[in-house]
Design a protein around this ligand. Structure first.
Ligand code: ATP
Ligand code: MG
Length: 346
């Protein structure tokens, strides 16, 4: 079987360029000879916006559609007004390509620092809904800027949108050894959306008898993520709760330097996008200080999504070994990328 990967690369801003170069280096090193890797770079982000005023022109959105997947570094710079790139580029991509599953694994590798006491075992994945909730831009403000201002931000939840993400989460839980799925919401207060989520969760669950289920209010979930992270295997939750929980999850499992994420269109109608959780980190950009591990672990998610399971596991094992053997000597972005590339090739 001849296999190939046609990859769109959006290095973006700041350390995005530096870490993406390492992700590609490791990807090239791990792919067997017979797999053809084609990459096309897209110049999008703060630099492009400053030069041309464009965020994501429709022609480029169309061109991106043709690729198997997208690897993104980081988008953003303090010189761009807040919201311009988030809405004009990142959210535009997420909605246009129907990335309704936002996947963020949290795994505490040996030798990585966790602020948690003891030596907790952390290995869970958050499936965050990506296209609904309060992120759809439904709302408005009256008497803006006056003492009488009123603002609304409507959370949109459809049975269609909830069922498809819940089903995806059950599939992922069913494929993991522990087969446990936790729904996180706040249905004691957000009763309309909360009950719909819970009813759909229970109904779809009848099709997955092997999967153990659990429900937690989001406030309780934040406590357990810190005090008993081992109780989690797969978590499914809405867009806003997922946004917050996944940052907390990153913080307790090795930090921002290793947190990976994927924006997935499970149907495969559109390309999925893989990116580190961290931003463009202008404070350290250009200094070779950025840890590329989060991007390399995003490449693991990319490989797995495209069906390159053996290669995904090889990269993940290389990262685990690299983190275990880190002896505290600071290494540059390039040195970490090189070390990982050598490990997966060898
Ligand atoms: P955004 O708004 O784009 O999410 P942010 O303001 O939340 O950005 P980041 O760019 O993620 O922030 O950076 C937060 C902090 O973490 C910064 O101090 C940055 O230097 C550090 N940081 C982020 N990514 C890395 C990395 N890969 N390696 C080392 N440090 C990092
Ligand atoms: Mg941030």
């Amino acid at each position: 079987m001849s296999r190939s990967i046609d990859l769109a690369v959006i290095p973006g801003d700041g350390i995005g360029k530096e870490v993406v170069a390492q992700g590609l280096k490791v990807l090239e090193a791990v792919l067997p000879q017979d797999v053809k890797l084609e990459t096309k770079h897209y110049d999008l982000g703060a630099g492009r916006w400053h030069r041309t005023g464009e965020t994501l022109p429709d022609e480029e959105l169309e061109a991106l559609k043709a690729h198997d997947a997208i690897l993104l570094g980081a988008i953003g710079d303090p010189s761009v007004p807040s919201g311009v790139l988030e809405r004009g580029l990142l959210l535009k991509l997420r909605f246009a390509f129907d990335h309704y599953v936002n996947l963020r694994p949290s795994r505490l590798f040996p030798n990585t620092s966790s602020p948690l006491a003891g030596d907790p075992s952390i290995d869970f994945v958050v499936v965050r809904e990506g296209t609904e909730g309060p992120y759809t831009g439904n709302g408005g403000s009256l008497r803006t800027g006056t003492p009488a201002e009123v603002a609304t931000e409507v959370s949109l939840n459809t049975a269609y949108g909830v069922e498809r993400v819940v089903r995806d989460a059950y599939e992922r839980a069913d494929a993991r050894p522990r087969k446990k799925l936790t729904l996180v919401h706040k249905n004691n207060v957000l009763v309309y959306a909360g009950h719909m989520w819970k009813n759909i969760f229970d109904r779809v669950g009848r099709e997955y008898p092997e999967v153990t289920t659990d429900y937690l209010h989001v406030d309780a979930a934040t406590i357990f993520l810190v005090t008993q992270p081992e109780r989690f295997d797969v978590i499914v939750t809405d867009n806003l709760f997922g946004d917050i929980l996944t940052d907390l999850a990153a913080a307790v499992s090795g930090g921002i330097g290793i947190a990976a994420s994927a924006n997935i269109n499970p149907d495969g109608t559109f390309p999925s996008m893989f990116e580190p959780v961290h931003g463009s980190a202008p404070d350290i950009a250009g200094q070779g200080k950025a840890d590329p591990t989060a991007t390399v672990l995003s490449v693991v998610l990319l490989l797995r999504h495209l069906g390159f399971d053996a290669e995904a596991t090889a990269v993940e094992e290389a990262v685990a070994a690299d983190l275990t053997e880190r002896d505290g000597t600071p290494r540059t972005t390039d040195e970490i990328g090189d070390a990982l590339a050598v490990r997966v090739a060898g």
